[in-house]
Write a protein that binds this ligand. Sequence first.
Ligand code: GAP
Length: 500
Amino acid sequence: MANKEKKDAQENKLFQTIISHAKEYGFVFPSSEIYDGLQAVYDYGQNGVQLKNNLKQVWWKAMTQLNENIVGIDAAIFMHPTVWKASGHVDGFNDPMIDNKDSKKRYRVDHLIERHAEKMIAEGKKTEAEVLLQKMDDLLAKEDFKTLYELIVSEKIACEISSTVNWTEVRQFNLMFSTEIGSVSDESNKIYLRPETAQGIFVNFLNVQKTGRMKIPFGIAQIGKAFRNEIVARQFIFRMREFEQMEMQYFVRPGEEMITYNDWKEKRMKFLQAIGLPAQKLRFHNHTKLAHYANAALDIEYEFPFGFKELEGIHSRTDFDLKNHQEYSKTKQIYFDEEVQDKEKQRYIPYVVETSIGADRLFLAILCNAYTETEGVDAKGETKTRIFLKLHPAIAPIKVAVFPLVRNSGLPEKAREVFEMLRYDFDAMYEERGAIGKNYTRMDMIGTPFCITVDHQTLEDQTVTIRYRDTTEQERVLISDLPKIIGEAVSLRKVWEKLG
Ligand code: GAP
């Protein structure tokens, strides 16, 4: 096997292992699994929802608590249909698609060609592949779908299922889901499920600015569901049809957007590292092809087991959105800036810098990064693989688990007492079934940083054993010291300090 194929196979194996782990330990389940699932839709289980909530909370606090000039909102998923006309999504949120007439499989044109180019590179035809990709980029930019179709056919790019080049023409496919509002099902009642949360922020810009007496620069943050009818939905929760976004729009004076853009670029990179993603697995990727609304854009990419891929987008969106909402709604979106001396420049539509990250995609990056396999020697001297999730304690689903050593001699009662003391401040669990060793293993699998065992000595001197997940080391500590030990480790202050 060639080196690249070998590496791909290993990465694929690791990814499959992580997906199985996520299901087996209650993190992520396929949606409606008993009905064979629904493609690209997933449910979060008992540990997954905790981890995801913790990620959302840490993001929310980093935005709204650490920045005095950022406030949050929670806008509805359904919005007036004209919002999506103004935002450009009705006309522009399309992917060019092509169908194979034999297999009936639909492909995103750029993905189809890119995969073909990858094969060419593997066959040693790097230059030809680059020429092909360049042609594709040019044709996509010009929206010349007829020539794009001809390119696919002339390059003999075949369907991976039917192996034929029997293609339909290239067609644009809108990614928004629609439904009807009210009881009459006709075109005038058509509304969309929002494909991004950002528009809920734009249409509330003046509401928040006025009621919050916000002065530019200021930001509005939001966490919420978004929906996209993704055609090529692969790679587990990386690309979903229903997902959650954590977006923040920062409103600035026209002309000051690039300073803000560069500032947020650095801040967001720091945040991702502070919650545990290693610097060497993160990188910036500048966009050369800009979305219709942007004058600068980049992705922060994370190295998933299947390669470096977009985790977060930072976009300088100019005044595109507010200007269009002003035009379509006939409602002025003007900010009066008292601090500007020049009278002519006091009234303006603000420019916007956006940071946008998928909560699910961040969850996946965190999970992939936390999954750890280490070789160790057990009590019998046998070499064993130990698996654990090395999650930052602040985001771990369960912070502390309490076990009695045996189920008699008053130990369960004492262990419950310890559990009761901890549960109001920390996500804690109590377990008296099963052997301690097995309970430790189970807690490792879900990333619990601390396990507490209550034994006979506890009854005599009020001490317990605390076992640390990452090192498996154990030490005896006073019960009364537990809140401090756990509290310091799970405190968000540690995360904030890294943000500087
Ligand atoms: N408001 C800007 C915007 O929506 P985007 O690059 O399309 O920009 C931002 O999306 C982020 O949302 C992405 O970086 C990714 O983390 C997440 N995201 C986008 N589509 C997704 C999908 N289908 N499944 C999961 N996450 C997605």
